[in-house]
Ligand binder design. Structure first.
Ligand code: ATP
Ligand code: MG
Ligand code: MG
Length: 551
């Protein structure tokens, strides 16, 4: 068994419960609805909902929808769908930050009245220049000492829509020489004349992240607010907002390392770029690191959850090897997937000594002995079969146990065949193999006990179903496609991230439910793409049988 990786957040919560600082544990998963969720979000979902489960608390699903420009209902729906698919339920605890706009505004008024916030009328550029640097303190804005009355009047006019975008902002009045740059009078409201997906045109001022997020947590009684490491410096401001606004509860922020995965990009902005540039076929393209992409590819939710447990929760950033994800997927599918036969790159085999119109239906087990599941199906055997093109070699090396001129091989669940002749087309391509079978070898052995080492998969040509196979590979050719700011990450796209092949599957699959995940013997794990139909079967390769990345 894999040891449970350490989770320092659990240690913090244990201590809080023991000391009585917290009674009921409340966490939240707070996506901004500006894109589809990716596997990094899955880490946060598993962590936050996992804590609620472990401690008998709640995890809120809260849409952090405070930026009208980038947010959309499509994303709100997809996020709910993805969290549910991952196996989590927020119950009644579905929240939208935008529903708190009135309460947030009341907090802003409170700060102004207390002399802790002011309207600044400098341009964005001026504000930036006055903020100072890490080694130099900032300079106060000429508007910093506005009276409470003047600030109140301006803020109300800002809200009433009397100013254009960027004419004024509301800033917290904290400390222009604080060593933490984020504490140098941070912006807490800005003017944005834009229609919001939830509040429409009710508002033309929108709260900034640090102010809004802390208040959202406090309004909802969140106890442990878990975010990624980049927000470490924001914690001071988070605490300031909670301490200075009229809120009843006192949430605390904790930071953990974000998940970075090799051979892909994770920022929603870059993923959106791939979608817009039509480099992929949408957010749910099976090559995308999105939850929707993984779902469409065929990754089981259990495997994603197991992966998130495997990587653990730590305080140091690192890049997780994509092989660990693939391991988690194989580990899950190995114990559940029925084994069937599919030929992805077919070449015809004619068994010249097999009767022409005969079809035998052979018994075939769905599962190997080490999988504690039972089941069989019938597989047709006939004179004309397909095998995998690369299971034949004209000039075979010494330890080649598959087909070659004069060589004998075992057909899985069937007979031994010996290759007598290879027929090539005018283009030099292998067209057909002529073989003979040993009628005594049915079931995989012969009375003389002779040794046949190789076993290959096959399908019967007449009964097999034609199928399209989507063979996915990594989307990028390098581990960190966005690691170099000089080079556009799209330069590293893998031109072979999708190879489409036409082949055949054994006929038994036609009777199966649409959501069966198979192991195609010797090929990997597959399931039907959402575009698949009985007339036109389409299978996605979820993952190969073992790591085959060699570039
Ligand atoms: P992106 O940079 O991809 O746009 P984001 O952090 O802006 O991501 P949010 O919608 O704000 O996206 O994220 C919701 C939650 O998911 C946040 O609490 C955030 O900490 C967490 N999260 C986002 N990306 C990762 C990641 N790579 N690893 C772990 N948690 C993540
Ligand atoms: Mg965010
Ligand atoms: Mg973002």
């Amino acid at each position: 068994d894999t040891p449970t990786p350490s989770n320092f957040i659990h240690d913090i919560i244990d201590a809080d419960l023991e000391a009585g600082r917290v009674v009921n544990v409340v966490t939240r998963f707070p996506p901004e609805p500006n894109g589809y969720l990716h596997i990094g979000h899955a880490k946060s979902i598993v962590l936050n909902f996992g804590i609620a489960q472990k401690y008998g608390g709640q995890c809120h699903l809260r849409f952090d929808d405070t930026n009208p420009l980038t947010e959309d209902e499509e994303y709100v729906a997809s996020i709910q769908n993805d969290v549910r698919w991952l196996g989590y339920d927020w119950g009644e605890h579905l929240y939208f930050a935008s529903n708190y706009f009135e309460k947030m505004y009341a907090c802003a008024l409170h700060l102004v009245k207390e002399g802790k916030a002011y309207v600044d009328s400098q341009s964005q550029e001026e504000i930036r220049q006055m903020r100072g640097t890490l080694t130099e303190p900032g300079k106060p804005s000429p508007y910093r000492e506005r009276s409470v009355e003047e600030n109140l009047e301006l803020l109300e006019k800002m809200r009433a829509g009397e100013f254009g975008d960027g004419e004024h902002v509301l800033r917290a009045k904290i400390d222009m020489s604080n060593p933490n740059m984020l504490m140098r009078d941070p912006l807490i409201y800005r003017i944005r004349h834009a229609t919001h997906h939830n509040t429409g045109d009710d508002w033309c001022i929108y709260p900034m992240y640090d102010f809004a997020h802390a208040l959202e947590d406090a309004f909802e009684g969140v106890t442990h607010s878990i975010c990624t490491l980049e927000f470490e410096n924001n914690r001071e401001l988070y605490d300031w907002v909670i301490a200075n606004c009229p809120v009843k509860s006192e949430p605390h922020q904790y930071e953990f390392a974000r998940l970075n995965l090799g051979y892909t990009v994770m920022s929603k902005r870059k993923l959106l770029q791939l979608v817009r540039d039509e480099v992929v076929q949408g957010w749910d393209d099976p090559r995308m690191p999105t939850i929707a992409g993984m779902r469409r590819r065929g990754v089981p939710p259990e495997a994603l959850r197991a992966f998130c447990q495997l990587i653990g929760v730590a305080k140091a950033n690192s890049t997780v090897d994509i092989q660990l994800l693939e391991y988690a997927i194989r580990d899950e599918l190995n114990m559940k997937a029925p084994r069937v036969m599919a030929v992805i790159d077919p070449v015809k085999v004619v068994i010249t000594n097999y009767p022409e119109d005969q079809v035998e239906w052979l018994d075939a087990d769905y599962f190997p002995h080490d999988v504690p599941l039972e089941g069989t199906r019938k597989v047709p055997f006939s004179r004309e079969l397909y095998i995998e093109r690369d299971d034949y070699l004209e000039d075979a090396p010494k330890k080649w146990y598959r087909l070659a001129p004069g060589a004998e091989v075992r057909l899985r669940y069937g007979y031994y065949i010996t290759c007598d002749e290879a027929i090539y087309g005018e283009d030099g391509e292998l067209k057909e193999l002529r073989c003979t079978y040993d009628p005594e070898s049915r079931g995989g052995s012969t009375p003389d006990g002779r040794k046949v080492r190789g076993t290959i998969h096959w399908v019967s040509a007449a009964e097999a179903k034609p199928a399209t196979f989507n063979l996915y590979d990594r989307l990028f050719t390098v581990e960190r496609p966005d690691g170099d700011s000089e080079i556009d990450f799209q330069e590293y796209l893998n031109p072979e991230s999708l190879v489409v092949a036409q082949g055949f599957v054994e006929p038994s699959v036609a009777d199966d439910a649409d959501d069966v995940r198979y192991q195609f013997e010797r090929q990997g794990y597959f399931w039907r793409d959402s575009s698949s139909s009985n007339e036109a079967l389409v299978f996605n390769r979820v993952v190969g049988l073992r790591d085959s990345w060699s570039k």
